[in-house]
Design a protein around this ligand. Structure first.
Ligand code: DX5
Ligand code: ZN
Length: 227
């Protein structure tokens, strides 16, 4: 499998998680975050099997893809689903730019990554707090990014698990330099600098952006903390 280090995975980014947005005002919130400088949006697909909730999917992705791409931003899709291979073509067709599926949801991560890349998507491998970092790092070496979950996936608004800092640092040490380290879950204005310091460069933020009174200001403050 050949990795083609997509430019957006290589920088330091705060990725607002649209699962936590006010979905009645989704387009408006996307626009104001684009104005604030967001380049990468995180889009959580949950199937009600791999995780308890059914979240948002290709229909909603398609509705915002034009808006996001018109401003040269990208949609980074986190598949919290069983059988990720069944959903990848729809994510590509709906306008996803990257797809990250779970180590725990497949027996053959490389085959699924090939499928994603065949659809023109950047490929990421996520792993849960119960999975050994060494296992995820071994499987994730040929990917564009590896996502270290800092909560159990499913819901926004949980607290970051304290062992995450060490797991992020281990992951960073175990992966080739050009594989991005992403963190998702419980990121706040208080812990974001320590998460960056531990070695993450793609940092997902759901409620710390969208539960704020002023989401663009919350995004800018997080971005400043890791600049
Ligand atoms: C939940 C999702 C996350 C979620 C993060 O499992 O994968 O992306 O939206 O939300 P916060 O930042 O509130 O933990
Ligand atoms: Zn996520």
């Amino acid at each position: 499998m050949t990795r083609h280090a997509h430019a957006w995975t290589q920088g330091t980014e705060i990725e607002p998680s649209l699962y936590a947005a006010d979905l009645a005002r989704l387009g408006e919130q996307v626009e104001e975050l684009l104005d604030a400088g967001v380049r990468v949006f995180h889009f959580d697909v949950g199937d009600g099997h791999f995780v308890e909730p059914i979240t948002i999917g290709p229909v909603v992705l398609r509705a915002i893809a034009g808006l996001v791409h018109a401003r040269d931003a990208v949609l980074d899709c986190h598949l919290m689903v069983e059988n990720p291979e069944r959903h990848i073509p729809q994510i590509a067709e709906a306008g996803g730019d990257g797809v990250t599926f779970h180590y725990e949801a497949t027996d053959d991560p490389e085959r699924v990554a090939e499928l994603a890349r065949g659809q023109g998507l950047c490929a990421g491998l996520a792993f849960n707090p119960g999975t050994a970092v060494a296992d995820a790092a071994r499987a994730g070496a040929p990917f564009d990014l590896v996502l270290c979950m800092s909560i159990w996936p499913g819901y926004s608004g949980q607290e970051l698990l304290p062992e995450s800092y060490e797991r992020i640092a281990d992951l960073r040490d175990s992966l080739p330099d050009d594989v991005a380290v992403q963190v998702d879950g419980g990121v706040t204005a208080e812990n974001v600098a320590a998460i960056r310091e531990a070695g993450a460069n793609l940092i997902v933020a759901g409620s710390s952006v969208f539960a704020a009174d002023d989401p663009p200001a919350a995004y800018r403050a997080l971005a400043r903390s890791v600049a």
